[in-house]
Design a binder for this molecule. Sequence first.
Ligand code: URA
Length: 245
Amino acid sequence: MERLQKYIANSGITSRRKAEILISEGKVKVNGQIITEMGFKVSKNDVVVINDEVLEVKEKRYLVMNKPRGVVSTVDDEKGRNTVISILPKELAGYRLFPVGRLDYDTKGVLILTNDGEFMNTLVGPKSALEKEYLARVEGEIIKPDLKKLESGVVIDGYTTRKCKAYLSDVDHKNNSSLVGLVITEGKYHQVKKMFEAIGHPVKRLTRIRFGEVTTEGLGEGEIRDLSPHEIKKLIVNSKGNKKL
Ligand code: URA
């Protein structure tokens, strides 16, 4: 049994807040009866109708995509660009999938997709301390003090980033650039690019190589696979673990 607003939100048609508004406006019926009580409990066997349409409860899906560059990580794009949803195989079209957090248009790598709103909030909500690992090709030659600055926190948009891990993977003297790994536990808007900007080494190319313990190993660009039950469980446990670096 689940609270009605959560049940509606989990179906993927709207947020929990909007579901509460629909309930309070008397637009939701359960087994033919209008329900305006927020705590009302429902199960899969109940027929929920919203604005005269039966709510279809889809099977929950949990996927990982190796997101290519040049694709937006939203469901729709007003500029008509490819999105992580528009490039999915047709058989996934009915699942109302959405990305868990965002990767920039020009960032590639690990992106989780789901139709489970609660799972998404656990993974990317403000309390989550899930590790995300990035490889950034940045301008200039990175030296140890730069890594230390990143690790102890830099100020971006007036906010000091949490402690994190940074490591130097390669320095390309000829092209005056460096390849740096960064493991962070938060996900502010353009965080990695802004962190490197803050230490004077703008990002040229960015790849997310790990989200929790999930990687894109074995996946070509744009390809997807289902997460295993173990991976799903680990993502939830590690998000809640509040394991600060
Ligand atoms: N940080 C960024 O700056 N961009 C991304 O796509 C992800 C993290």
